[in-house]
Design a protein around this ligand. Structure first.
Ligand SMILES: Cc1cc2nc3c(=O)[nH]c(=O)nc-3n(C[C@H](O)[C@H](O)[C@H](O)COP(=O)(O)O)c2cc1C
Length: 340
């Protein structure tokens, strides 16, 4: 393990499995001393091509800060945050966007902290077929409570017509995103077509994690026009949709989403919710690209009957249910997270 001052080495070693869009792992940390660290967003690992790709940088920062607080709590630390909430400028010459300063102080770990840490270690994105069961209403109510505490709404639908429409929109988002040159280029940067490539880079979306044959994925992504071709397009689409079978329920978060502070809080409560669901054995697959693709977003809010007004937005959509354990997504080693 990298030699990092005080408890930071152990905490960051654990927290580096936080989830990030396209598994790009953009959070970097400069450890100052045993109790203090500066945290940054690495703009070279961001996803600015998509509409709302930039706000999702702060969502990811919130996901990371929640992850760190969970790991720290179980190890007997509280993390105090002094955040610098400014919009990210992806054209900036300075590639590390400062997020703030973190200070550790001792606290007594509780059994609940240990349970949250266990959920953190067990959490994965589950892109497998689900088994047609909807999530128990009591489990959904817990997440609704977490959302409400932050001024957000968590809502779900088991209406087969809504679920089918959202699965369709999600699949068509992939086709639509590929038509946009900048988004296509961005996705290609993060796709890993073989296990060897995924393992050696330690980041990105591997074909295995996406449950797609690597050669088919490489062919499909490299030949965008083929998605529209009658026979091959249908094959690619059906391979993808096979992974989306058995979905009985979709859910979304809606709330204040008008600036970096809102985005970051959204990420924090998304992670908190994901861990609660993991602890209850619920599988989850974020469908974030439906949010970041404007056409798909409009279709989703219409299907779900959501009114977005006064700086509020439906900022996350997920499918959720029960499924077999999915493959693990690789992570970069701790050294890559640490800023010297
Ligand atoms: C804010 C956010 C948005 C995401 N959006 C998507 C998405 O649109 N589609 C998808 O398949 N995975 C999505 N993911 C899941 C990531 O790709 C996943 O977390 C990452 O590849 C690491 O894998 P793991 O969650 O299994 O550890 C998203 C994750 C986060 C945190």
């Amino acid at each position: 393990m990298t030699d990092v001052a005080g408890p930071w080495g152990g905490l960051l070693e654990a927290a580096r499995t936080y989830p990030s869009p396209h598994n790009s792992q953009p959070i970097r940390v400069r450890v100052i001393d045993d109790t203090t660290a500066h945290v940054f967003y690495d703009l070279d690992r961001g996803l600015p091509a998509e509409s709302f790709g930039i706000p999702f940088g702060h969502v990811c920062a919130g996901v990371f800060l929640e992850s760190l607080s969970v790991v720290a709590a179980a190890a007997g630390y509280e993390v105090r945050e002094e955040l610098t909430l400014t919009e990210m400028d992806f054209d900036s010459a300075e590639r590390l966007h400062p997020l703030g300063t973190l200070v550790l102080s001792p606290r007594t770990a509780t059994p609940r902290d240990a349970a949250r840490r266990a959920a953190f270690d067990a959490r994965r994105t589950n892109r497998r077929p689900y088994d047609n069961r909807a999530v128990a209403s009591g489990d959904l109510a817990v997440v609704a409570g977490i959302a409400a505490d932050g001024g957000h709404t968590f809502a779900s639908s088991q209406d087969p017509a809504v679920v089918a429409e959202i699965i369709r929109v999600n699949q068509e988002t992939l086709f639509d995103d590929l038509r946009n040159d900048a988004v296509h280029h961005e996705i290609m940067t993060w796709l890993r077509f073989s296990d060897e490539q995924a393992r050696s880079s330690g980041d990105g979306l591997s074909a295995d994690a996406m449950l797609m044959p690597g050669r088919l994925l490489r062919f499909a992504m490299g030949h965008r026009g083929m998605w529209e071709a009658p026979v091959i397009g249908r094959v690619i689409k059906s391979v993808y949709l096979r992974t989306m079978r058995g979905v009985a329920q979709v859910a979304w978060f809606e709330g204040p989403f008008a600036g970096p502070g809102d985005y970051l809080e959204a990420g924090r409560l998304f992670m908190r919710s994901w861990l609660e669901l993991t602890a209850r054995g619920v599988a989850l697959h974020p469908l974030g690209t439906v949010i970041t693709n404007p056409r798909s977003h409009a279709r989703f809010v219409e299907a779900a009957g959501i009114a977005e007004t006064d700086g509020r937005m439906a900022w996350m959509l997920v499918r959720l249910g029960y499924a077999k354990t999915p493959p693990v997504a690789y992570r970069r080693p701790l050294e890559e997270m640490i800023v010297a």
